[in-house]
Design a protein around this ligand. Structure first.
Ligand code: DGL
Length: 263
């Protein structure tokens, strides 16, 4: 199975894209709803959670893991790649590639959780591809709780977004990376706030296409993954808000299952 994890339901935006691009592949998802958000926690705690999530996915049949959480990838990506033998893919590299390709001016905005922005991983990776790029980053610690709560169109959410996006807007970015897998659920508010001329990058489809390319190039790994389109969506807490937001992401009623990973 393809194992996917996130701190909550946000990573389901990536899972949905994988369902679309690779419909025959079986998916095992874990969303750590009970411990979300990760982005305001320390790197040591985020790394511990990330390892527990991977152990859970591997124990339940994952043969490849997608870290569908920018926060976990930025803090613990290297650790996970060293610790596990299965291929570990993440969401940052595809977003960076898309952003560098899209930006004409080289002024690229990045929004993410505090942990992701503090890690400076986007800055490093964007500059590695375009040394002349100017990267303007903004931590948005209130957005993940708002999305997990399902506050996707509330006045308060719009006000908070205005506050976070204003500095990037006045600095004239022409591209904005949604550096958190929860943020595509707010893109209907983010795009109009930034204006039509700003390209907003949601990496979920790029991640799914990268996975497809990888499997085409690595038939041995692809052969170990189950086909048959089985889908299991586990969360560490089944809340009404999680169920509602999951249903909204997939456009169908989601049967979330409960799992504990911190034994
Ligand atoms: N979806 C996670 C990310 O991409 C959110 C992390 C959090 O829980 O703060 O960063």
């Amino acid at each position: 199975m393809i194992g996917i994890f996130d701190s909550g339901v946000g990573g389901m935006t990536v899972a949905r894209a994988i369902e679309e691009v690779l419909p025959e592949r079986s998916i095992l998802y874990f969303g750590d709803v009970a411990r979300t958000p990760y982005g305001s926690k320390s790197p040591a705690t985020i790394s511990r959670y990330a390892v527990q999530n991977c152990d859970f996915l591997l124990a339940n049949g994952a043969k490849l893991i997608i870290v569908a959480c920018n926060t976990a990838a930025s803090v613990a990506g290297h650790l996970l790649q060293q610790q596990y033998e299965v291929p570990i893919m993440e969401v940052i590299t595809p977003a960076v590639a898309q952003a560098v390709q899209a930006s004409r001016s080289g002024r690229i905005g990045v929004i993410g959780t505090r942990a992701t922005i503090n890690s400076r991983i986007y800055e490093e990776e964007i500059r590695a591809l375009n040394p002349g790029a100017r990267v303007l980053s903004q931590a948005c610690p209130l957005l993940v709780p708002l999305v997990e709560e399902g506050w996707l169109a509330k006045r308060e959410t719009k006000m908070i977004l205005r506050r976070y996006l204003h500095p990037l807007k006045v600095k004239g970015v022409d591209t904005l990376v949604l550096g958190c897998t929860h943020y595509p659920l707010l893109s209907h508010l983010i795009q109009p706030r930034m204006g039509r001329r700003v390209r907003v990058i949601d990496s979920s489809l790029a991640v799914a296409h990268k996975l497809k390319q990888y499997l085409d190039a690595n038939p041995a790994v692809a052969g170990r993954l189950a086909t048959g389109g089985e889908r299991r969506y586990y969360v560490s807490d089944i809340t009404e808000a999680a169920q509602k937001t999951a249903g909204r992401i997939f456009g169908r009623k989601m049967n979330l299952e409960l799992a504990q990973v911190n034994k």
